[in-house]
Design a protein around this ligand. Structure first.
Ligand SMILES: [Zn+2]
Ligand SMILES: [Zn+2]
Length: 307
């Protein structure tokens, strides 16, 4: 099958063996569409180190092609999406059937979805509601990631801010609005400009730097919450004393429930059409990765079966 593979130096379109359900809980999915994300760009650029060769991509929707012996409740032909954090099955959290403490990320530690087929454990697979197009199915992952911010427990009536005006910031604002938090503005940081001091109950960051972190700590009111949403891989400098003296809560969030993200999209409570771009064959990868590294206007997708 064809796949976008990161090797020692570059990302290229390669012919690789099609995965098979070799473990009893494996599900093989024929990928219909897969979204291109910041994480893929970080891997391609080498900013997020991986062990090559690796198939990229973690936002997908497709059709079940094959299931392992022990898989129940999923049959070939069903339309599905995938939670990209794959439980290890061995850590204390997994042994207690709770949250995995060291999940592998699809497309980072485990061959991903920019391929005609992908292999994932059944526990990561979510069925698509009838009628939900594959493109929205592949967009469930960013929506679930935006839903994660609600874990910080903000309430209507609080004064909040979303730091950044990129696509993730826009999606986060809509997810908050769908939960009654209607008036959380986006803030596009500009050189020389400062946020009001001690003004916000919560700030959700969607882009981070040393300066941004310092600015946000100043802008939070004492006792406020800073929600860490972006996945910057390089460390940032935290002004610890400032955070301590203001009793700031730092809340890092990964994903909210996939079931809720699916319901939001399927029920039409969350409109995202204007955030979605075109669908391309895998051959278009070089230009798309390059464009995605520069701007974040619309999410673009690959259709690995095409081309
Ligand atoms: Zn993503
Ligand atoms: Zn685990």
């Amino acid at each position: 099958m064809r796949a976008l593979v990161k090797d020692e130096r570059t990302v290229g379109l390669r012919e690789v063996p099609r995965p098979v359900a070799s473990r009893e809980d494996d599900v093989i999915i024929q990928v219909a569409v897969a979204g291109l994300c910041r994480t893929d760009v970080y891997v391609a650029e080498g900013r997020l180190p991986v062990r090559p060769p690796l198939v990229l991509g973690h936002e997908l929707a497709g059709t079940v092609a094959e299931v392992g012996r022990a898989v129940r409740g999923l049959t070939p032909g069903e339309r599905v999406t995938v939670h990209p954090l794959l439980a290890c099955g061995e850590c204390p959290g997994c042994r207690r059937s709770e949250r995995c403490g060291r999940p592998a990320q699809l497309g980072v530690h485990h061959d991903g979805a920019f391929a005609e087929y992908v292999r994932v454990p059944a526990s990561a697979v979510h069925r698509l509601p009838p009628g939900l197009p594959f493109m929205l199915g592949a967009y469930v992952e960013p929506v679930a990631a935006a839903l994660g911010v609600l874990e910080a427990g903000m309430r209507p009536g609080q004064r909040g801010l979303i730091y950044g005006d990129n696509r993730i910031a826009q999606l986060t604002r809509r997810v908050l609005a769908a939960h009654g938090l209607n008036e959380v503005p986006l803030y596009a940081p500009r050189r020389g400009e400062r946020l009001a001091a001690d003004a916000y109950d919560f700030i959700i960051e969607t882009e981070l730097s040393d300066q941004a972190l310092a600015d946000m700590l100043e802008a939070l009111r004492p006792g406020g919450t800073l929600v860490l949403k972006s996945r910057r891989h390089e460390p940032v400098a935290l002004p610890v004393a400032r955070a301590v003296l203001k009793d700031v809560t730092l809340k890092a969030v990964s994903y909210g429930p996939f079931s809720e993200a699916l319901a939001l999209l399927a029920g039409g409570r969350l409109k995202v059409d204007d955030l979605l771009g075109e669908v391309h064959p895998l051959e278009a990868h070089a230009a798309l990765f390059e464009a995605a590294g520069r701007s974040e206007e619309r999410k673009v997708f690959f259709a690995p079966g095409r081309g």
